[in-house]
Design a protein around this ligand. Structure first.
Ligand code: OAD
Length: 230
């Protein structure tokens, strides 16, 4: 049975209307990473950070999965093999598109995490700085998002999946953030065929055996049709 491991990034959600991070007018042009995506930024100004993710959560609730998210769900449902999706995205468009086997390696907007005891619970639509943890009662609620300097989730399981991949595809990710940017090298060294889907070659583009250039809604749709023999 063959196995396909797929890494997605902000580019897969771009056509749903969520801005990417590193585009000229992207999120990191409008906000300083150090302020909104680090534990130090959260300690300095929790309100700024919580509001930043409140805005992201509100935006994610307004948009819908696009043809690329749906194609991946169809691939998982109909492929004669195993399909695993690993996303760096914190929106829930893969789940809403129908994907079942999914890892949110950078966390997700729907979760809250206690910075004091590590308890997790569903985030309200609007979090407040100083919200209390339902378990330990510390006023230490934070979004369940992996920030710079923190360890992404499920790394051991993800590397097991990468070791077993026959095909590794990266969709809509710029290859700037590790460890995700290192997945192509890992999968390739284990013998996987590697494919990059992007509008342009990413920072690790030279490590892929194959490139499919264009908007993910079209290129991913076509690839899935090929894999399913349609
Ligand atoms: P980036 O914003 O760095 O990159 C988005 C990529 O998607 C770029 O390479 C674009 O060329 C590509 N792209 C844009 N629109 C596309 C489309 N319609 N079809 C195909 N490709 C398209 O986003 P990520 O690589 O996801 O982490 O960023 C990785 C991490 O950096 C994020 O998870 C986030 C960020 O800082 C944290 O916040 C911890």
């Amino acid at each position: 049975m063959s196995k396909i491991v797929i890494l997605t990034g902000a580019g897969i959600s771009a056509e749903s209307g969520i801005e990417t991070f590193r585009a000229e007018d992207g999120l990191w042009a409008q906000h300083r990473v150090e302020d909104v995506a680090t534990p130090e930024g959260f300690m300095r100004d929790p309100e700024l950070v919580v509001n930043f993710y409140n805005a992201r959560r509100a935006q994610a609730a307004e948009v819908s999965p696009n043809a690329a998210h749906k194609a991946l769900a169809q691939l998982e449902a109909e492929y004669d093999g195993e399909v695993v999706v690993i996303t760096q995205n914190v929106d829930d468009l893969h789940e809403r598109g129908g994907t079942q086997t999914l890892y949110h390696m950078h966390g997700h907007l729907k979760g809250a995490l206690c910075a004091s005891c590590g308890h997790r619970w569903p985030a309200p639509m609007v979090m407040q700085a100083g919200d209390t943890c339902p378990s330990c009662k510390a006023p230490a609620a934070r979004p369940d998002i992996v920030w710079f300097g923190e360890m992404p989730y499920d790394m051991e399981r993800l590397f097991d999946h990468l070791a077993q991949a026959d095909i590794f595809a990266a969709i809509g990710t710029s290859g700037n953030v590790y460890p995700a940017a290192g997945f192509v090298a890992e999968a390739r060294s284990n013998g996987a065929h590697t494919i990059e889907f992007n509008l342009e070659e990413s920072a690790v583009g030279n490590q892929f055996a194959e490139h499919r250039t264009g908007p993910a809604s079209q290129t991913v749709r076509k690839w899935v049709d090929e894999l399913l023999g349609k």
